[in-house]
Design a protein. Structure first.
Length: 466
């Protein structure tokens, strides 16, 4: 008898609990009307901001008004907050005073992560956040529940980076390139070259190799841990062991392996090794950010100012000149001046831009002996094994005349600090042989040019950069 009464009692409780759930069905219903209907059903009061609007089409069950409001407002930009027994409903952009109560701004100062990164990772919650790209502050404009959710996410995102970044370049070299590197390696008396602060022209030329088999990559490496990088070439793998201030690297092929250690002070290393008929040059580096881990961080893309002073003379005239450039290898502003007792005085202002790879274009507005001219030039340099192929085309256009098109085609060779070229130069319909030799050392350079017609031209210059 008692057990029967207990079963009936629990059945009554279950039925009572099921009875508390209220079913709602809205088909193409005005949102404001639906919200008022929900408040009436649960005998509660709501105040809607002026901008609340739209249409809903859904069916659901809810045990209380807050569950019903969450369900209806989930797919909208609106939220609610309970204030003095009344439910206020609105959005961040609501024009009335409801917004002040609904959304209480919270300013967050980030420590280890940039605001843009946090903003992107917040996903749909980012609509409640604003930030300035020039500071580490973020402002959260949301109700208590959403604000706390955002704060919890930020606490997990804004933490010190436990990784460092490891970059590698693998170049498959020809026999000639490999022998050239070996000579360079022997000259520096080092089996493995550390290139933390070293920039050798000959080495830079070697790493300009960009064949089909070259591999480039950057990976996130744990500060303390191990990693193996399988490259696109199955003959070669890179093994890493990372410690607090060092990274031990082992580059392996089927037949041999070369190991090296990089530290925070010397974080660039170059390794050469062979596998059968293949010869590899492997450049590696590590740093705290991907940008710092570039094999050869280049200042060329940063805006810099250069001043070049030149003295030039040939069999008939002598002149002096100066050039100021400001910008990067991508785009520079050029200002030139040339003068001399027997030369035509010239002033020019223009732009120099990198067009494709090693092809550069220049356009200038000149004032030559008081006459305005437009000058344009395109010059391209291509590396083939040890040789350089160089070609240029230039034109000067005056308001009353065109000067003949000037062409230059030559093949050259670089030997340490000496460049030598030979080929054809001159007007397009009257090309003549030329030989050019230039010597550069730090900030000084000199050039000797011989043309079949015109004889010798000697040039001496100095460049300073700041």
């Amino acid at each position: 008898m008692k057990s029967k009464m207990l079963v009936m009692f629990f059945a009554f409780l279950l039925a009572s609990s099921l009875a508390l759930a209220v079913s709602f069905s809205y088909y193409d219903m005005d949102l404001r009307q639906a919200l008022y209907d929900i408040s009436k059903t649960f005998d509660s009061s709501v105040i809607l901001s002026d901008d609340v609007g739209g249409w809903i089409d859904m069916s659901f069950e809810a045990d209380n008004i807050e569950e019903a409001l969450k369900t209806v407002l989930l797919s909208t930009n609106y939220t609610f907050s309970k204030w003095d027994g009344i439910y206020l409903i609105g959005s961040v952009n609501s024009p009335d005073t409801n917004r002040v109560i609904l959304f209480k701004s919270k300013v967050v100062l980030l420590k280890d992560t940039y605001p843009k990164t946090v903003y992107d990772l917040l996903g749909t919650l980012s609509k409640y956040v604003v930030y300035s790209p020039d500071s580490m502050f973020m402002v959260i404009d949301a109700n208590d529940e959403i604000r706390q959710k955002i704060m919890n996410m930020i606490s997990k995102i804004d933490v010190p980076n436990s990784n460092r970044f490891f970059s590698y370049e693998i170049h498959e070299m020809t026999t000639d390139e490999y022998q050239r590197f070996r000579r360079f390696e022997q000259y520096n008396k080092s089996g493995i070259l550390s290139l933390s602060n070293v920039t050798f022209d000959i080495f830079k030329e070697i790493i300009k190799i960009n064949g089909e088999s070259d591999t480039f990559g950057t990976v996130a490496l744990p500060t303390i841990g191990e990693m193996e990088i399988n490259t696109t070439d199955p003959a070669l793998t890179i093994n890493l062991k990372s410690f607090e201030n060092t990274v031990n690297i082992s580059v392996r092929t089927a037949g041999n392996a070369v190991a090296s250690v990089m530290s925070s002070e010397k974080n660039h290393t170059v390794i050469s090794l062979k596998e059968g008929n293949k010869r590899f040059l492997v450049l590696t580096s590590f740093a705290k950010t991907p940008e710092e881990s570039e094999i050869f961080p280049s200042n060329e893309k940063k805006p810099v100012t250069r001043l070049t002073i030149v003295g030039r003379s040939n069999t008939t005239i002598g002149q002096y000149g100066g050039t100021i450039t400001y910008g990067s290898t991508d785009l520079s502003i050029i200002a030139e001046v040339n003068f001399g007792a027997d030369a035509t005085p010239t002033i020019a202002l223009g732009l120099k831009a990198n067009l494709i790879d090693n092809m550069y274009g220049t356009i200038e507005l000149k004032l030559e002996n008081g006459q305005p001219l437009v000058y344009a030039k395109v010059i391209d340099t291509t590396f083939v094994e040890f040789f350089k192929l160089r070609a240029s085309v230039s034109e000067e256009i005056g308001f009353e005349s065109f000067k003949p098109l000037q062409l230059s085609v030559g093949i050259g060779l670089k030997l340490w600090n000496i460049d030598m070229f030979g080929g054809l130069i001159g007007e397009w319909n009257a090309l003549q042989p030329y030989i050019e030799a230039s010597l550069s050392y730090e900030w000084l350079y000199s050039l000797l040019l011989w043309k079949q017609t015109g004889g010798y031209t000697f040039e001496f210059g100095a460049t300073t950069t700041w």
